[in-house]
Design a protein around this ligand. Structure first.
Ligand code: GTP
Ligand code: MG
Length: 135
């Protein structure tokens, strides 16, 4: 079994799509190990997205992720990292995410693309430690 860090981003919370995201996670066969509504500090946002520091969209990304509450979750199960990335769909909701995925079904913009999921075991370990240090 594997763990991954999932966020429902501020657009998803604002639009009332938290239940939809959680329902798909559970129907896939994954389970929640932690779940919390959070407002992200600038500091945590910078650490979470440290790999994008220096990119042209970095400041905008930090503004977006701190713009309202997010739902943070640790999701657990067999192949949880890849399984949630499959549920999420590609980063660009129109060009990459396919219908049937969360981004393909519920998002249009590259930045406000509804959800985050860790992209590797190393990222998952780092992000879970950042968001849920007691786990
Ligand atoms: P996350 O699960 O959120 O990490 O998405 P990802 O792994 O599919 O994409 P990536 O880590 O490459 O980018 C992180 C986030 O930055 C994306 O989900 C978008 O919200 C945002 N982002 C990525 N590329 C762009 C871009 O070209 N322009 C803008 N405005 N935002 C971007
Ligand atoms: Mg990423």
């Amino acid at each position: 079994s594997e763990r991954t860090l999932v966020l429902v981003k501020p657009d998803g919370v604002e639009r009332g799509l938290v239940g939809e995201v959680i329902a798909r996670i559970e129907r896939k066969g994954l389970r929640l190990a932690a779940l919390e509504l959070r407002t992200v500090s600038r500091e945590v946002a910078e650490q979470h997205y440290a790999e994008h520091d220096g990119k042209p969209f970095f400041t905008s990304l930090l503004d977006f992720i701190t713009s309202g509450p997010v739902v943070a979750a640790v999701v657990e199960g067999p192949r949880a990292i890849a399984a949630f990335r499959q549920l999420a769909g590609g980063t660009d909701p129109v060009e990459k995410a396919t219908p049937g995925s969360l981004r393909g079904d519920f998002a249009v913009e590259v930045e406000s693309n509804l959800v985050h999921g860790s992209d590797s075991p190393e990222s998952a370990a780092r992000e879970i430690k950042l968001w849920f240090p007691s786990l």
